[in-house]
Design a protein around this ligand. Structure first.
Ligand code: KG4
Ligand code: ZN
Length: 350
């Protein structure tokens, strides 16, 4: 099998991630994470969701100190850096602009190479932080608060999106159902915890398989079914702790079953024996176990980042940036922040 060594930039790379509500900076050197600082913004806690304008302002406030901390923890100064990488797409436009502008300014003023990174590619590549031996061809499930995609990677930087959500992202569904159950925000970790005490077969929530051949997802009907179920009981306040756990476990089961089945079907269809799970929802214990077990049964390789690299972080951005810098890639100073996931912005067609 073709397993060439990964080529990293010769020297330390600073990564910056500000696509949503985590302000993050990290230093990576030769594939080794020297520091990874993530400041989760507390500004959104009263709102049951991310408030874009508050996120941008918090990034402005937090990014300078977070970058200084990342450099200090890594024991590196600006003079030691071989380049700067920042997420430029997709995400909240105001949030992206803060990190991207900071990174460009820092790189330009210090004469450092700069490269923009796609957030989804960074999530995909984050498996390499713990499992540097993983290689394409592979099928990846990228599931987060903003995205749910099944992606085929024939080679690094060559991706094809095989399926996406048609409405809510998986993490968004977790967050909305957590809100219905009065569990706070972000909801994924809370549902994951509560579901462990519940019966996943207690309520048979609908699975949106859509048309038989598609690898797309839909979670909005499931969310409505949970809302109706909770309303029929008289509201979340009327549920016993055991009943809430049953609803959480049954909802989680519906999401995990569909995500896992479509990912496995994609790998089978493409004849690929490596499956990667990444993104914030990759922290979900049930999903990790489901895919790991299924891959083991099939004799496939399964790779998922350690928990600290599932959610948004800048180590994955530094890694994606380091690989691109090593390949000689440089982004122009005119590189724009792009809120949406343009298929062409996510690597080249596989
Ligand atoms: O990748 P991420 O940090 O940010 C985006 O790029 O969106 O993902 C955040 C999402 C949130 O929706 C959060 O509820 C979800 O990941 N999440 C989880 C778990 N931990 C975080 N969802 C299910 N189970 C978890 N354990
Ligand atoms: Zn993310």
């Amino acid at each position: 099998m073709n397993r060439p060594n990964l080529q990293f930039a010769p020297g330390a790379v600073l990564g910056i991630e500000t696509s949503c509500d985590d302000t993050a900076a990290a230093v990576l050197e030769g594939g080794r994470v020297l520091s990874s600082v993530v400041a989760a913004q507390a500004d959104h806690l009263p709102f049951d969701g991310v408030v874009p304008e508050l996120a941008s302002r918090a990034h402005v406030r937090l990014l300078g100190p977070v970058v200084r901390q990342a450099l200090a923890e890594a024991g590196r100064s600006w003079e030691d850096l071989a380049g700067v990488a920042a997420t430029h797409a997709p995400g909240l436009i105001g949030s992206l602009l803060v990190g991207l502008t900071f990174a460009k300014g820092a790189a330009a003023s210090r004469g450092l190479p700069f490269v923009g990174v796609n957030h989804l590619e960074a999530h995909l590549l984050s498996v390499l932080l713990d499992r540097p031996e993983v290689r394409p061809p592979l099928v990846a499930l990228l599931a987060s608060g903003g995205h749910s995609e099944v992606v085929l990677a024939r080679a690094w930087h060559r991706y094809r999106i095989l399926g996406s959500t048609r409405d809510d992202a998986a993490g968004e569904a977790f967050d909305k159902v957590a809100s219905l159950l009065d569990l706070g925000f972000p909801g994924g970790p809370a549902i994951d915890r509560l579901a462990a005490a519940g019966n996943p077969q207690a309520v048979r929530f609908p699975r949106a398989w859509l048309d038989p051949e598609t690898l797309d997802f839909s979670f909005s009907g499931l969310k409505t079914a949970v809302r109706n179920n909770v309303a029929a009981a008289g509201g979340a306040g009327k549920l016993t702790e055991g009943e809430r756990a049953d609803v959480a476990a049954s909802f989680q089961e519906a999401v995990v079953e569909v995500l896992a089945a479509k990912t496995l079907r994609a790998a089978e269809r493409e004849g690929v024996g490596t499956v990667v799970l990444a993104g914030g929802v990759a922290a979900n214990r049930s999903l990790r176990v489901r895919l790991e077990t299924a891959c083991r049964e099939r004799g496939w390789t399964f790779a998922v980042p350690s928990l600290r690299y599932c959610g948004d972080n800048a180590a994955m951005v530094a890694l994606a940036g380091s690989l691109r810098l090593a390949a000689g890639e440089r982004s122009p100073w005119s590189l724009a922040a792009v809120p949406t996931l343009a298929a062409t912005a996510f690597g080249e067609p596989a």
